[in-house]
Design a protein around this ligand. Structure first.
Ligand SMILES: [Zn+2]
Length: 359
């Protein structure tokens, strides 16, 4: 990959924005970005190339170090962040402009979620120029804290009203909206805290979704691609529902129903949020390391959880009692073992062969 590094450095000496040809469409109208960079008080370089695990540049740090080493010019180097093609990473060499905070502020800002990469990078450079990057990052971080608190068991006001384990109440309420937003395939609206309020009602909803999946599969022609996998997931969901005693168990039913729907739907499967499947879809890939774990995993999460992880905060995790579900002894929980199917791909097979209740 030395040749690409040479090409990047040569290009950056002519213009401070390098976009690999295959990603040119990801950076529409880069003139605004160039304008912002020209107004910046320090040299800023943007290097937009894909980061691939196991590749020459597995993460932003390797890429920025390599390009800076070849360029031998100090300044701010902006790249994509590994794990997400829409997040920005920043490294500084020989300058001090709070650039990492500037990138963090853009990544944390919900208002930037649907902005183009050009707009996001431009905003990042403007923050670097303004000298307010740290303050703005802090504001975004505090706002995220408040959002997490409002959604977390025990932290906000809502869950206490139901006199349940707070996690269950929030969880149950979230499920009310699950099916609707899945079908529309639009960004998930904040679930209204109405609808099901007890574990029994969560069970009812899981049952209803299972029935709906069964009916949808019945109507499919026998030669539908993925039908076999879908039927396996459906059987596993039924088995999981029969054995379900807790909110994490019922969340597992919903995960399996979702897998069944994805398998028969012919779409690219979208897993539910790794941290709490009751949040709905997990469209954002995020790198995450479990407490005490050595491995960094890429998991799919909802926007709020992804943002929390990137800000090094604890997301609104689904708990089994007081313990995050994934920290439960794997010998006792197929959900912990598989991360609801995101850490290991054989969740359906494990459930079908009876891994549900070995405790
Ligand atoms: Zn989530």
């Amino acid at each position: 990959m030395a040749s690409e590094l040479t090409r990047i450095a040569a290009s950056l000496r002519r213009s401070p924005v390098y976009v690999t040809p295959s990603m040119a469409s990801a950076l529409p109208a880069p003139e605004r970005l160039l304008q912002a960079i020209r107004s910046a008080p320090v040299p800023v370089f943007a290097v937009i190339v894909p980061l691939v695990a196991g590749g020459a540049w597995p993460d932003a740090e390797h890429l920025a170090d390599a390009v800076h080493g070849r360029m031998r010019r100090d300044g701010v180097y902006l790249t994509l962040d590994e794990g997400s093609s829409n997040e920005i990473a920043a490294r500084e060499y020989g300058v001090d402009r709070d650039s990492i905070d500037a990138a963090g502020a853009v990544n944390l800002d919900p208002a930037m979620d649907s902005a183009s990469l050009t707009d996001r990078l431009t905003r990042c450079v403007e923050l670097i120029t303004s000298g307010r990057a740290h303050a703005v990052y802090q504001e975004q971080s505090d706002a995220l804290d408040r959002r997490i608190r409002n959604e977390s068991p025990g932290g906000g006001g809502h869950s206490l009203a139901y006199g349940l384990g707070g996690g269950a109440a929030v969880a149950v309420a979230a499920v009310a909206g699950l099916l609707v937003w899945r079908q529309r395939r639009v960004p998930r609206p904040r679930p209204a805290l109405t609808g099901a309020r007890t574990t029994a009602e969560l069970r009812e909803r899981a049952e209803a979704e299972l029935v709906r999946l069964g009916e949808a599969l019945e109507d499919k022609p026998d030669d539908t691609p993925g039908l076999r996998e879908a039927l396996d997931a459906y059987s596993a969901a039924g088995k999981a529902l029969d054995a379900a005693r807790t909110v994490p168990d019922l969340a597992g039913v919903l995960v399996l129903v979702d897998m069944g729907g994805d398998a028969a739907g012919g779409q690219e499967p979208t897993p539910l949020c790794f941290f709490n499947p009751l949040h709905g879809d997990g469209p954002v890939a995020v790198r995450w390391r479990a407490v005490g774990g050595r491995e960094r995993l890429t998991v799919r999460a909802c926007g709020a959880c992804a943002r929390a992880v990137r800000a090094r905060k604890t997301p609104d995790v689904l708990r089994d009692g007081a313990t995050p579900y994934y920290e439960v002894d794997p010998a006792r929980s197929v959900w912990a073992t598989t991360g609801y199917g995101q850490i290991r791909g054989d969740l359906v097979q494990r459930v079908l062969r009876g891994d549900l209740r070995r405790a």
